[in-house]
Design a protein around this ligand. Structure first.
Ligand SMILES: [Zn+2]
Length: 282
């Protein structure tokens, strides 16, 4: 990798919105962190402001989103903000939240990217942590399959849905802040209108509305006048989710990654395998 400069932000920046699953409004503030400290969430609305490391060790749920927890403090739906942090290659950061869930906003990582950029991305002391593999590492979790192998930093994702707008999609991306900001950050989450009732019955998507996701009917898009940002926005969003979940492995991914039918549960299993591989001295 060419650039191992460690990065944080220069000043604080805030955004606010409703969480997709809890329906709760929360303010999220990015704050600079000391060089070498890593990425941390903090529940500033709770007594003693519990701190939760953005790490696979903190993952407590992966059903439809990724949830981190420590004691009775949890942070729901971390994947899009973590994708922005990893995509911009920020290594040291506080993410303060005054509610239980990261705002869903437009369902993409773009609002987090523009907020982080507005805070000023700066080089700090030290070298960025990286995760590389010395041999091929394979993880299977249900239908999801992942391979990490030594090679250029790239992410290839393949998805398949029996839907006229999706079908089989495959896309590859170099891992760099420029590619992330222009090719991945704007890809929105998506869901199927036919699943809404069942998800609500399970206590999920309480904050769902037509502005925060691409909602698909059996033949097209439900959102009034909704258009896709890319014809393959679906696979781009899955790449974004994967990057966000892999950020929980504790460093920048420095290898070639190929994922087929990724899920949050599979992504976290893969992040854990990468972390174990890299921390065991290989
Ligand atoms: Zn997502």
């Amino acid at each position: 990798m060419s650039n191992r400069d460690r990065r944080s932000i220069e000043s604080s920046a805030t955004l606010r919105g409703v969480g997709l699953h809890t329906g709760r409004d929360a303010g999220l503030t990015f704050r600079p962190a000391a060089a070498g400290s890593g990425i941390w969430f903090r529940r500033v609305d709770m007594p003693r402001q519990p701190e939760i490391p953005a790490h696979v060790r903190s993952v407590c749920t992966t059903e439809r989103r990724t949830v981190l927890g420590a004691g009775d403090a949890t942070i729901e739906t971390v994947e899009h903000v973590m994708a922005a942090v990893a995509g911009l290659e920020i290594d040291d950061l506080w993410v303060d939240l005054d509610g239980p869930e990261v705002p869903i906003l437009d369902g993409s990582a773009e609002p987090f990217v523009s907020t982080l950029k507005s805070a000023g991305i700066v080089v700090v002391e030290g070298e960025a942590p990286t995760l590389s593999v010395s041999a091929t590492l394979t993880v299977q979790d249900g239908d999801a399959e992942y391979v990490a192998r030594p090679g250029p930093r790239s992410l290839t994702v393949r998805v398949e849905w029996d839907h006229p707008l999706i079908g089989a999609q495959m896309a590859s991306f170099a891992m760099s802040p420029e590619v992330f900001a222009t090719e991945l950050a704007g890809a929105r989450t998506f869901g199927f209108a036919s699943e809404i009732e069942a998800l609500r019955a399970r206590g999920l998507i309480k904050g769902g509305h037509l502005g925060c996701a691409v909602v698909l009917s059996e033949t097209g898009i439900v959102n009034g006048g909704g258009e896709l940002r890319w014809a393959d926005e679906f696979v781009r969003h899955k790449a974004l989710d994967l990057l966000g979940d892999l950020a929980l492995a504790g460093g920048r991914i420095d290898c070639t990654v190929v994922a087929s039918r990724p899920s949050h549960r599979g992504n976290v299993a893969f992040a854990r395998a990468l972390y174990d591989h890299c921390s065991s001295g290989k």
